[in-house]
Design a protein around this ligand. Structure first.
Ligand code: HEM
Length: 427
């Protein structure tokens, strides 16, 4: 899902917090260094900055505005208190409220609160049986190895994002659900629209965003519902079969719930992991001494290196919460009905928590980043799988193409996803 900031107004240097407008497209098109500087200014304010809501074209109500939570401590605290900072009531993936059906249609459990959230999460988590997870794990290794075979076949390089980083999460999610290979591209194109609709590469006219989003969502729903019908008659060992057929407690997803969960899985699992892998490649290119360190002991250093990549990449820039009752948090008052944005990207650079936060350090320890969300009921369901995918990809790359270099990234124009659309690589 996306928000819609206003049109670019021309780029002026940011010298104080008053120069920052998080609703301005141009802000999100600025290079990392400029946004890093801006968020540091916001973190240094006495209290979180307040921004008006951007105008929105999906028919929801536009409220008064939102507090930008940019400090690590605020994000932890808000995540731990879902009764006060809720994800339902308009949705967690967008700034202005969405009608409930719309938010749940696209966001499934990410846009819900307990008890409905807990019920969905329980059914879905039970479907990830140890046997299924084991199977995915070996599939991830095989898939990463094939992707590097294909990279080597190019002879000298390619677009790293589309030919390397995007392929692994796409294949794994489709395989998990039982979506056949012929439909991978179909799923890829629609997930790009759902999360990248504000970028002209995916939807050329701003006026068409709502229509493009709905069409992409409906097409993904249809794909998985057709598959579900087959699996209800003839179950296999895929996730779709486990979700539509009752589990040991007699629980299962309805066709509508399955469709929405699938949209969430493809967008949450694809775009995020793809961007983490792409950022990781860029970080290793810019920091050759870190690459050397990792090459010295890949397996030993991988767990911390992966966390460090996710910390700096922070592919999900923010999630939204709505305040359910007046509440004081870390010395500031939040009033019922107001919104807060949890800027994970900014919290992962908080100098109060991370020593020399802009340094890429694959041995960083401790590393309490919030790239997978804060501690609470919505903590990323796919964190384990994502770590596994990123590790497998870099294991293959560093073992077989250790000198691979990434060129300048072409960033996604989005305030929600910190994405790279294209990035040349050569070896
Ligand atoms: C580097 C990769 C990833 C990152 C950075 C990431 C990030 C996040 C974040 C920040 C949230 C928290 C949402 C909130 O608090 O409102 C989240 C939730 C979620 N993620 Fe991930 N994610 C990644 C990979 C994946 C993968 C691979 C999958 C699935 C296969 C996945 C599925 C989900 C789901 C289903 C939720 C919603 C959980 C809930 O609401 O209970 N994610 N993710």
């Amino acid at each position: 899902m996306t928000t819609q900031p206003t049109e670019p107004t021309g780029r002026t240097p940011i010298t104080s917090a008053a120069d920052i407008d998080l609703n301005d497209w141009d802000f999100w098109g600025r290079p990392d260094e400029e946004r890093e500087h801006a968020f540091r200014l916001l973190r240094d304010l006495d209290k979180p900055a307040f921004f008006p809501e951007p105008e929105f074209s999906l028919g929801g109500v536009t409220g008064p505005g939102y507090h930008a939570l940019v400090r690590h401590a605020d994000i932890l605290e808000a995540s731990r208190n879902p009764e006060v900072f809720c994800s339902g009531d308009g949705g967690a993936t967008n700034i202005p409220d969405l009608p409930a059906e719309f938010a749940e249609y696209f966001g499934s459990m990410i846009n819900m609160d307990d008890p409905r959230h807990a019920r969905l999460r329980r059914i879905v988590s039970r479907a990830f049986t140890p046997r299924m997870i084991k199977q995915f794990e070996s599939d991830v290794d095989v898939a990463a190895s094939r992707i590097v075979d294909e990279l080597l076949e190019t002879g000298s390089g390619c677009d790293f994002v589309t030919e390397v980083a995007a392929k692994l999460p796409l294949k794994i999610i489709c395989d998990m659900m039982g979506i056949p290979e012929k439909d991978y591209q179909f799923v890829f194109d629609r997930s790009n629209i759902v999360l990248g609709a504000t970028d002209p590469e995916y939807v050329s006219e701003r006026a068409d965003i709502a229509h493009a989003l709905l069409t992409a969502g409906m097409e993904l729903q249809q794909l998985v519902q057709d598959l579900a019908a087959l699996r209800m008659q003839t179950p296999t060992d895929d996730l779709t079969s486990s979700l539509v057929n009752a589990n040991i407690d007699g629980e299962r997803l309805t066709a509508q719930e399955l469709g929405s969960f699938f949209i969430l899985l493809v967008v949450a699992g694809n775009e995020t992991t793809r961007n983490a892998i792409s950022y990781g490649m860029r970080l290793l290119t810019l920091n050759p001494e870190q690459r050397r360190l990792w090459l010295e002991d890949f397996e030993g250093r991988a767990p911390r290196a992966i966390e460090e990549i996710v910390r700096l990449a922070a592919p999900v820039n923010y999630m939204r919460r709505k305040v359910t009752r007046d509440h004081e948090m870390n010395g500031n008052l939040y009033r019922e009905g107001e919104k807060v944005l949890l800027y994970y990207w900014a919290a992962n650079r908080d100098e109060r928590v991370f020593d020399d936060p802009l340094r890429f350090d694959i041995r960083r320890d401790p590393n309490p980043h919030v790239g997978f969300g804060g501690p609470g009921p919505h903590f990323c369901l796919g964190a384990h799988l994502a770590r596994r995918e990123i590790t497998a990809m870099f294991r293959e790359l560093l073992r077989r193409v250790p000198q691979i270099q990434a060129g300048a990234p072409e960033r996604l124009l989005s305030s929600f996803i910190n994405g790279i659309k294209h990035m040349p690589c050569e070896f």
